[in-house]
Design a protein around this ligand. Structure first.
Ligand SMILES: Nc1ncnc2c1ncn2[C@@H]1O[C@H](COP(=O)(O)OP(=O)(O)O)[C@@H](O)[C@H]1O
Ligand SMILES: [Mg+2]
Length: 275
């Protein structure tokens, strides 16, 4: 379990507080979306999950290990993998295999085990075909998947991803999201920082941060039903929710808790047929 208890963090002594009393528990295998206005503290929060940042006040515990204790850092960083906003910041190798091997090599695993880990990680990230490719020649989407494979090579229980589909075209973004979904199905906890509401709605749970504090924390259906509260912090609703709400306002008795386009189309189709 990941447990944040009243976490406060300030980058500069005189600057504004980036986190002001965040308390949050994330269970094993959960799929959580973390959303909120620009500058609300999303990146700062997930950097606390693998001890890249340490709280000024309060505590972060990963499976009971306090991030403030330096001797826990190796274990904590194996447990919570981090996919940074810019994959170039975490890709080190020349080729994909080389890069993915970097983590297990650092753990000083025997060569055969490293080879196996690399093969498994490429498989889990869906990029077997890229194994021998030169990193420089990869697309942005492929680089994200390499970063994910690199993290998987540490066998993490959770992966935190910071805007993993930023700057990707729709097809590449869909591939990254599908990989995240597959990992979740395989039992890996996912913490997905995003400003895309349609993507947030894919998570089991949506945590909204505002000004460094938890603003809402519930299922997607419950969070996106809070239209007024979301408006107050300038967050828009998923497009499908906007459409369903308009239909409802016009007098149609429609559900507004559907986020998948195909499901929404089926649902509306059924309503029309019934008329
Ligand atoms: N390296 C930094 N130095 C000083 N202030 C920072 C730094 N990184 C972020 N901040 C500030 O901390 C607050 C939270 O930022 P961040 O966690 O990046 O928000 P988000 O990811 O939600 O956009 C913002 O006010 C931001 O300007
Ligand atoms: Mg950010």
């Amino acid at each position: 379990m990941i447990s944040l208890n009243n976490v406060h963090y300030r980058y500069e002594p005189e600057g504004i507080a980036a986190l002001r009393g965040v308390s949050l528990e994330i269970k094993d295998g959960e799929y959580v979306a973390l959303i909120g206005p620009n500058g609300c503290g999303k990146t700062t929060l997930i950097r606390h999950l693998n001890a890249l940042l340490l709280p000024d006040k309060g505590s972060v515990e990963i499976n009971g290990l306090d991030t403030k204790i330096a001797k826990h850092h190796t274990e904590i960083r194996s447990c919570v993998g981090m996919v940074f906003q810019n994959p170039d910041n975490q890709i080190i190798g020349m080729t994909v295999e080389e890069d993915v091997a970097f983590g297990p090599e650092n753990l000083r695993l025997p060569a055969a085990k490293i080879k196996k880990r690399v093969a498994e990680s490429l498989q889990r990230a869906g990029i077997n075909d890229l194994a021998t490719r030169n990193i420089e020649n990869l697309s942005g989407g492929e680089k994200r998947l390499v970063a994910i494979a690199g993290v998987l090579a540490m066998n993490p229980r959770y992966i935190a991803l910071d805007e993993p589909t930023a700057f990707l075209d729709p097809a590449a973004a869909a591939r990254v999201l599908e990989t995240m979904d597959n990992l979740h199905r395989a039992g890996v906890g996912i913490i997905h920082v995003t400003h895309k509401m349609e993507q947030a709605a894919l998570a089991e749970r949506v945590v909204v941060l505002n000004k460094g504090a938890v603003y809402l924390d519930a299922t997607a259906a419950k969070v996106f039903a809070e239209t007024k509260l979301l408006q107050q912090i300038n967050l828009r609703l998923p497009q499908i929710t906007q459409m369903l709400l308009k239909l409802k306002k016009s007098g149609l008795p429609v559900r507004t808790d559907i986020f998948d386009p195909d499901e929404a189309a089926d649902y509306i189709g059924q309503l029309i047929k019934k008329k």
